[in-house]
Design a protein around this ligand. Structure first.
Ligand SMILES: [Zn+2]
Length: 138
């Protein structure tokens, strides 16, 4: 399949998610020849799991099912640009690249009320104690 066909398939998965009562997002993972290796859609509402984004599920699938060399040759095609949570998972997954349809900015234009409020973080603290289980691990 061409890149445009793969993106259209991801958009179709987004429609499927919506039809099933979930937020409208879909993704698939393709090998270098355009073969679909895995695909999924958002199931955060039906699963009651705020992390059930398709990009994160496919990043997890790749980490569990592909060796690093194979993962690096794959492309994630997704109906929308990965959110911050999924971008973090994708960095850890070792996938080769991401191709998205809607940008996050375009999504916000379609989403009344906008995005999520950041949770305030405080730190660093207790360095001398916190470093003990970490030091020497890496
Ligand atoms: Zn996400």
């Amino acid at each position: 399949m061409t890149e445009e066909e793969l993106l259209r398939r991801a958009i179709g998965l987004a429609a499927k998610a919506r039809e099933g009562g979930n937020p409208p997002f879909g993704s698939l993972l393709a090998g270098p020849d355009g073969t679909v290796l895995a695909e999924d859609h958002n199931t955060s509402l039906t699963d009651g799991d705020i992390t059930a984004h398709p990009e994160l599920k496919l990043a997890r699938w790749a980490a569990q099912n592909l060796d690093a060399e194979t993962a690096a040759k794959t492309t994630l095609y997704t109906s929308c640009q990965p959110c911050g949570m999924c971008a973090g998972a994708l960095e850890r997954s070792g996938l080769g690249r991401v191709v998205f349809a809607l940008s996050n900015e375009q999504l916000l234009g379609l989403k009344p009320g906008g995005g999520f409020a950041p949770v305030p973080q405080e730190g660093p603290a207790l360095y001398e104690e916190a470093r003990v289980p970490v030091e020497g691990y890496y």
